[in-house]
Design a protein around this ligand. Structure first.
Ligand SMILES: C[S@@+](CC[C@H](N)C(=O)[O-])C[C@H]1O[C@@H](n2cnc3c(N)ncnc32)[C@H](O)[C@@H]1O
Length: 278
């Protein structure tokens, strides 16, 4: 899932609910879990959190809304069934978010609501259990930020894995070049984009290193037939250049296809992760 998130509860009185929230946070990858103005019995927490979440997820206890110390840039989202709250299905989740839920009996305090950047509600006829609310909000975040495949139109599901952050595409900057025509056709103009295959998506996030490899293979494939026409000797393709040690990973790999590529020599590969996108 993109970004990070935290789950917390204010004024909660049942440690079992904290345990269920902790377990949900642990399962969905929360960065931390917290309580505000609550007395928590960790023995009871572990009764409902059989995952041992407190061993794996940082757990904070703050005395009041004013005492909360959130990471820089973290957006506080209150979850409460109030009249002016936004509906969860229409809510765009912040990339960096802490969600705070109210007590079993009562609502988020005025001080907490004032501290929140947003208040959202789950469209239900009446309040659900606080830990259930935490699971619903976390699931909603996951499906909206998790980059899963679109739901199919027909009944049924997809087994496609979620797309990891940072996957790249190969853009052809010069699709009018004769060498690019077999790939982009005559009708396609500079918007031509070759997406990475599903297999490459599954192989993990696109890094500068594995971004260079498909770009180099593409350049060699394009040059191969032209080189063979000119020279019957088997062309030994030079190995792909090692990636720069400090090159940042980025989304797009630009393959520049200069019109003046020599037909008698192996093409130089111009993979420029640092260049500006077309
Ligand atoms: C059981 S509810 C508390 C009782 C509720 N405030 C009432 O007026 O009856 C516990 C907490 O779960 C969360 N919650 C439960 N259902 C919700 C819903 N439909 N929308 C938003 N939050 C909800 C809120 O954080 C709420 O403070």
């Amino acid at each position: 899932m993109r970004g990070y998130f935290a789950l917390g509860a204010e004024g909660i009185s049942k440690s079992g609910n904290v345990g269920t929230i902790l377990r949900t946070g642990h399962a969905f990858g929360a960065s931390f879990v917290f309580t505000v103005n609550a007395v928590v019995d960790m023995t009871e927490v572990r009764v409902t959190d059989t995952s041992g979440g407190d061993d794996h997820v940082p757990f904070y206890e703050w005395a009041s809304a004013g005492d909360m110390v959130l990471p820089q840039g973290c957006t506080l989202v209150g979850v409460e069934l109030t009249d002016d709250a936004a509906y969860l299905p229409s809510f765009r989740h912040p990339l960096r978010a802490a969600y705070v839920f109210g007590p079993e009996r009562g609502s988020l305090s005025r001080a907490m609501q004032d501290r929140c950047d947003h208040i959202v509600k789950i469209p239900t006829k009446f309040c659900v259990n606080v830990a259930v609310a935490a699971a619903i909000v976390t699931y909603d975040r996951m499906i909206s930020l998790g980059r899963f495949a679109e739901r199919p139109v027909r009944v049924g599901g997809s087994r496609e894995l979620p797309k990891e952050q940072g996957h790249g595409r190969i853009r052809i900057r010069n699709p009018d070049s004769p060498r690019m025509r077999p790939l982009v056709g005559d009708g396609n103009k500079p918007s031509a984009v070759i997406s990475m295959s599903d297999n490459s998506r599954r192989s993990g996030p696109m890094t500068a290193r594995n971004a260079l490899i498909p770009a180099a293979v593409l350049a060699l494939l394009l040059a191969g037939p032209a080189v063979a026409q000119q020279d019957a000797r088997p062309a030994a393709p030079p190995p792909p250049p090692p990636p720069p040690a400090s090159a940042p990973a980025q989304d797009d790999v630009i393959v520049t296809a200069p019109a003046a590529w020599s037909r008698t020599t192996s093409p130089s590969r111009n993979t420029t992760p640092g260049s500006s996108p077309a």
